[in-house]
Ligand binder design. Structure first.
Ligand SMILES: Nc1ncnc2c1ncn2[C@@H]1O[C@H](COP(=O)(O)OP(=O)(O)O)[C@@H](O)[C@H]1O
Ligand SMILES: [Mg+2]
Length: 239
């Protein structure tokens, strides 16, 4: 990948939680319009990698660049403004606001080159949100809150979305809608980094996969290459 095609570049990223050293030099490059799945067992450091990129946990060493801009040490709002959207594992909705109001809260002027999204598009992806547009978000199911968090982030018109386990605990029909939504983000030119426990979905939507183990990337390649390597799957992914 030439440097001009690189959107996000993470180099030798280290993170400590107190004395516990959890990221041991993560290297990750995300190109324009790539969908990368970050795979690995629980505790391998996938969420911490995303949180470090977002400025939610401070890196103890390493660099995080979006295009040419250094983001290591930047505040979360500044990371978000620079064009990175984040959907955390925990569904984060404004409980006392309606679905509509939550969506409006996410709206942000698009950075140059980013696709512009509309609330109507969100309702096309997730018709259930349209039905519930005047409902207080706090009274909705976990799955509905998850869809809402994802749509609110998209309305920030990011260049890159970091999405942490979006399908966890969702009904199969909603899982399929989430998958479709990610495929469409790709079609519209976004880059996506996805943490997804369901290997079949990750392999289907990704252009490239990275496997994490012990706080490092231990494999990087195409979904086909991962699928063909049963030893790798059993060593790093099988439970
Ligand atoms: N806030 C925290 N404080 C201390 N240790 C943490 C914290 N969050 C995660 N960890 C530890 O860091 C390691 C990586 O966790 P995490 O990034 O959440 O992994 P994953 O998302 O791959 O399951 C794990 O050993 C986990 O227990
Ligand atoms: Mg996690």
């Amino acid at each position: 990948m030439s440097t001009t095609d690189t959107l996000l570049s993470v180099e030798d990223l280290h993170v400590h939680y107190g004395k516990s050293h959890v990221l041991h030099g993560v290297d990750l490059r995300v190109g324009r319009n790539e969908v990368i799945s970050l795979l690995g067992r629980n505790g391998s450091g996938r969420s911490t990698t995303m949180k470090a990129i977002m400025g939610l946990v401070p890196p103890s060493a390493g660099s995080i660049r979006l295009r040419e801009r250094e983001l290591a040490g930047a505040r979360p709002y500044a990371v978000c403004r620079s064009g990175i959207g984040y959907v955390p594992e925990e569904r984060e909705v404004f409980a006392n606001l309606t679905v509509d109001e939550n969506l409006r809260m996410g709206e942000q002027r698009a950075v140059p080159g980013a696709h512009r999204w509309t609330v109507e598009q969100m309702f096309d992806y997730f018709p259930r949100l349209k039905e519930r547009r005047n409902t207080k978000a706090g009274s909705m199911s976990g799955g509905e809150q998850q869809m809402l968090t994802m749509c609110r982030s998209l309305l920030g018109n990011p260049l890159l979305m970091l999405i942490d386990e979006p399908t966890e605990g969702l009904a199969p029909k909603i899982v399929a809608q989430v998958g479709e939504c990610i495929v469409d983000m790709h079609r519209k030119g976004l880059s996506v980094v996805l943490v997804e426990q369901k290997l079949a979905i990750a392999l289907k939507v990704s252009t490239r996969v990275c496997v994490m183990g012990h706080g490092r990337i231990v494999f990087e390649g195409t979904p086909q290459a991962l699928k063909a390597d049963q030893q790798l799957v059993s060593e790093w992914l099988a439970v």
